[in-house]
Design a protein. Structure first.
Length: 412
C-alpha cells in the first residue's frame, strides 16, 4: 500500500471541506479524483503531499511522491535550464524529456516567466518525472497543454510511467485514457467507483435512476397510506355524528356496529402507525447547472475587430507575423495552436494590453471586451468572491451581484 487515508477531516476557516475520508492507493493504480469546483480536490492533494495538515484523522504515505500543483510561481529571472537543473538531476535525462515534450534546446536560455502556460506546465512535469516518483499527484495537468502535449502525457502515463497516479482533472477524455478508478468528492464525503470516467458516469446514472424509482415508490406508498387514513377518518367521523344524536352511542348501535366502530379505529391507528414508520426518503438531488447568457450584445451585424499584418517578436524571437483576420459581431471562434505559438499573446494584442511589433488592430467604437486571463492574473486572490466581484463591478448592487454569483453556482 503506497497511501492510506484514515478518516481525514479538513476545515478552511469555518467551512468543513471534507469529512472522514478513508481510502487507499496501491501499486500501479491509476485514480481520477473528481468533483465540483470547491469540493476539496486540490486541498486533499496538498494534505497528502504535506503542504496542509489534516484537522482530524491521519494518513500514511509509504513511497516517494511527485506533485504538480494547479498554480505555480517562478523566480522572475530564472532560466529554464536553471529551473530544471536546480536539484542536480541527470542532464541527459532532462534533455531526453525536453525532446519528448517537443522543446528546442534554445529554450533552455529563456526565462521561465516568459514561457507560455502550457510550456510552464510541461517544464513542471519534466522536473517531477526526472525524480521517478512511485506516486504522481497531478492537479489539472492538462489545463494549459496543447492537444499534442495532452496525447503525449496520456501515452507516457500509460506506457512508460510505472508508478501509481492520483489525478485531479475535469478533462473527461483524458481521464478515460489514463485512469482505472474514480474517487468522487461530494458533500464532504468520498465514494470510490471502479473503471474510468465513462464507467463512473454510467454507474452514477444507474444509481440515480434507482434512487428515482425508490423515491417514486416511496411517494406512491405514502400517498396511498394518506388516502386510506383520510377514508378511515371519514368513516369514524360519520360514526361520531351518529353517536352525538343521542345520549348513548352504545344504546343506538348494535353489537356488530360497536365491533365495526372498534375495527375502524384500530385500522385507522394501524395505518397511522405505518405512515409514521415509513422511512422518509429525500427527493434525489438534481444536478445544478451554470446559468449564464453569452448572447450577442446589440451591435450591428458587421466587422467588430480586424487585424491587418499583425506581427510580434521579442528580441530576436519572432512569435508570429503577417496575421490578417476579422471578427463579426456574432462569430464564435476557437484559437488553436501549439504551446508557445502565441495564442494568449494574440488575445492580449486584441485586448490592447500589448502592442504588436507591426500591423494594426481596428475595433468597433461601441465594442466592449471582456478578458479571462489564463493565469487569473487580474484577480486578487486574498479577496472573498463577493468582494472581488464588487471591486470589478462597483456600480452593481450587492443583490444583483449575489444573483449573478448564484447563477454561477457560488452559493452561501
Amino acid at each position: 500500500m503506497l497511501l492510506e487515508l484514515n478518516k481525514l477531516n479538513k476545515w478552511l476557516g469555518k467551512k468543513q471541506i471534507f469529512q472522514d475520508l478513508s481510502a487507499a492507493v496501491y501499486p500501479e493504480q491509476r485514480i481520477g479524483l473528481v468533483g465540483s469546483n470547491g469540493c476539496g480536490k486540490s486541498t486533499l492533494l496538498k494534505t497528502i503531499i504535506g503542504r496542509l495538515e489534516p484537522d482530524q484523522g491521519n494518513f500514511e504515505l509509504n513511497c516517494s511522491a511527485g506533485y504538480l500543483p494547479q498554480f505555480y510561481h517562478y523566480e522572475s529571472k530564472k532560466t529554464v535550464e536553471e529551473f530544471l537543473t536546480a536539484e542536480s538531476y541527470d542532464y541527459a535525462t532532462i534533455m531526453e524529456l525536453m525532446n519528448k515534450f517537443g522543446f528546442a534546446t534554445k529554450l533552455l536560455d529563456q526565462q521561465i516567466v516568459n514561457c507560455s502556460g502550457g510550456e510552464q506546465t510541461k517544464l513542471q512535469l519534466i522536473k517531477i518525472l526526472i525524480s521517478e516518483p512511485e506516486l504522481l499527484l497531478l492537479d489539472e495537468p492538462t489545463n494549459h497543454l496543447d492537444l499534442a502535449g495532452r496525447d503525449w502525457l496520456a501515452d507516457y502515463l500509460n506506457h512508460q510511467f510505472k508508478g501509481s497516479l492520483l489525478l485531479v482533472s475535469h478533462d473527461r477524455y483524458f481521464l478515460d485514457q489514463v485512469v482505472d478508478q474514480i474517487w468522487e468528492l461530494k458533500n464532504k464525503k468520498m465514494k470510490v467507483y471502479a473503471g474510468n470516467y465513462s464507467s463512473y458516469q454510467q454507474q452514477k446514472e444507474q444509481a440515480r435512476k434507482q434512487r428515482q424509482r425508490e423515491y417514486q415508490k416511496y411517494q406512491k406508498r405514502k400517498q396511498k397510506l394518506k388516502k386510506s387514513i383520510r377514508q378511515q377518518n371519514k368513516f369514524v367521523n360519520q360514526a361520531d355524528k351518529g353517536r352525538k344524536k343521542t345520549d348513548s352511542f352504545a344504546r343506538l348501535l348494535k353489537v356488530r356496529d360497536k365491533k365495526r366502530a372498534a375495527n375502524l379505529a384500530k385500522k385507522q391507528k394501524a395505518l397511522q402507525t405505518q405512515l409514521e414508520q415509513l422511512t422518509e426518503q429525500k427527493k434525489p438531488d438534481q444536478s445544478r447547472k451554470i446559468g449564464i447568457d453569452f448572447s450577442a450584445v446589440n451591435l450591428p451585424d458587421q466587422i467588430i475587430i480586424q487585424g491587418k499584418n499583425i506581427a510580434k517578436s521579442f528580441a530576436e524571437q519572432q512569435i508570429f507575423s503577417k496575421l490578417n483576420f476579422q471578427i463579426q459581431a456574432t462569430d464564435k471562434i476557437a484559437l488553436l495552436g501549439k504551446n508557445g505559438a502565441g495564442k494568449s499573446l494574440l488575445l492580449k494584442i486584441i485586448k490592447g494590453e500589448i502592442t504588436p511589433t507591426k500591423g494594426e488592430i481596428f475595433k468597433n467604437s461601441q465594442l466592449e471586451i471582456a478578458y479571462f486571463s489564463q493565469k487569473l492574473a487580474n484577480l486578487e486572490q486574498r479577496n472573498s468572491i463577493l468582494t472581488e466581484v464588487k471591486r470589478h463591478l462597483p456600480n452593481l448592487t450587492e443583490e444583483k451581484i449575489r444573483t449573478f454569483l448564484g447563477a454561477m453556482l457560488f452559493l452561501g
